[in-house]
Design a protein around this ligand. Structure first.
Ligand SMILES: [Zn+2]
Ligand SMILES: [Zn+2]
Length: 245
């Protein structure tokens, strides 16, 4: 099995070497700093519609916050994402998570770092979204931790990976809406070392935000001790928009 994985990684490295090809489509790129090509860049733009000031979802009309944030209290202070969760982004996340393409982490983190700078979000400490013990055993690594470690290098901010845990195994959330997800996640997370988060401004890192229910539940627990909780994800599922595929 291990040999097969190694072989697969070797194949991936041929088609998607760490810094010469677009991370989305594998095409050659002139500037490895950008890490994706012009064609993909066009697909990756969020619609010109406004974004929610709290959760980064698309907002219709004149409002500054989205319907979900209006009807469900958000415990985090702000959540931002780099890209909409469209097919090419989904494929990169799948390669990163399920095909063990860990070389993507520094590129994804760099894009997250740029977005943080763009929004001027200041924080003291980085926390990866924790995985339950069962999920960790299955995947063998926490993709959020890998992103957080790379972000920590870029931001020059410490990472605390062992003070916040997912203590409850939760049902698969794919088919659930925000409210049911919230119920499913109740008391699933726990701060296990308060001293690491006390009065701190936390940056919680994950690969995808879907409804925001997980980030919200994490923030609820963290805010018992922390001063502020910001969330950054590589991708964001949007609710109110027709996005380009
Ligand atoms: Zn491309
Ligand atoms: Zn919102």
């Amino acid at each position: 099995m291990k040999t097969l994985k190694k072989f697969w990684n070797w194949i991936l490295e041929i088609f998607f070497p760490s810094n010469l090809k677009c991370i989305f489509c594998g095409r050659d790129i002139p500037d490895p700093e950008v890490c994706y090509c012009e064609d993909c860049a066009e697909k990756l733009i969020f619609d010109s519609q406004k974004r929610c000031k709290l959760c980064d979802d698309v907002v219709l009309g004149d409002s500054t916050i989205c319907d979900n944030c209006k009807s469900h209290h958000k415990n985090f202070d702000r959540a931002i994402s780099v890209f909409p969760y469209i097919d090419i982004v989904k494929n990169v996340i799948l390669r990163f998570k399920d095909s063990n393409a860990k070389y993507l982490a520094p590129h994804m983190a760099k894009l997250m770092f740029n977005r943080l700078r763009q929004e001027n979000i200041d924080f003291d400490v980085i926390l990866p979204m924790p995985l339950s013990k069962k999920s960790f055993a299955k995947r063998k690594f926490n993709q959020a931790q890998l992103l957080a470690e790379n972000l920590s290098i870029l931001c020059k901010k410490p990472i605390e990976a062992n003070c916040f845990e997912k203590i409850k195994e939760t049902k698969h959330q794919k088919e659930l809406g925000f409210f049911d997800r919230q119920k499913n996640l109740n008391k699933a997370f726990k701060v296990t070392d308060k001293s690491k988060v006390l009065n701190k401004r936390i940056l919680l890192v994950d690969d995808i935000m879907t409804t925001g229910a997980t980030a919200n539940e994490c923030a609820k627990e963290l805010k018992k001790y922390a001063d502020k909780v910001f969330v950054i994800t590589f991708a964001r599922k949007l609710s109110n928009t027709k996005i380009k595929k």
